[in-house]
Design a binder for this molecule. Sequence first.
Ligand code: CA
Length: 246
Amino acid sequence: MKILVVEDEDALAKGLKFNFELEGYEVALAGDGVTAVRMFEAAEPSFELIVLDLMLPGMSGYEVCKQIRQRDPRVSILVLSARTLSEDRAMAFDCGTDQYLSKPFALPELLSRIRNIEERRRMLFGGAEPASPETSRELRIGKDVVVNFDRFELHVKDAIQTLTTMETQLLRYFAQHEDRVLSRAQLMQDVWGDSSTFGSRTIDNFVMRLRRLIEPDPANPRHFLSVRGTGYRFVSNPAEPTEPPA
Ligand code: CA
């Protein structure tokens, strides 16, 4: 897997490169955001994972994330940041981050997350058959929305939008567990492969994004339902609300 590490702290950047290369990854370093975006654009073949610091000289990590995400919905982006406020995490997810790990971090945890990302990418892009043969390649949500899992596309009426890797995986998981109550911990474990306790915010951010993309009225969701204190329940085709008697 080809990784771009975007980190202005030289010692940390070199340490990450060293450890990632030990794992067999191909690693390039960028010390600032402008360089990172330029390297990303020029790379052939593309980088598959960006490990991104948020506080960078010049262009912020958020902006780097947004720009790279605009260019490639499929690249995996893992933010590694000393910012620990939930607002920072939420903003990073809004910019298209897939995963967020706070500094200081434990190297084994970072490496295990990266192995996980690699494994999932292989499943998604490696050309292998989906794990469960009955998995449909398309999902219809309500009257107007179709998700194409092979092409990572969301069709809403006549508009087509490309989904990110994690959005696609989360949607697929919801589809495979239709109408069941799914806890945040279960989603975090099964979709992100992450059993850390930081997960709940991540899930909420992703569900908010899916609602914005898919729900006719995101404030009153009919497909991605909140289950108080637990998590979410997905319903692709809810019964039409009964009309009040005339
Ligand atoms: Ca920094």
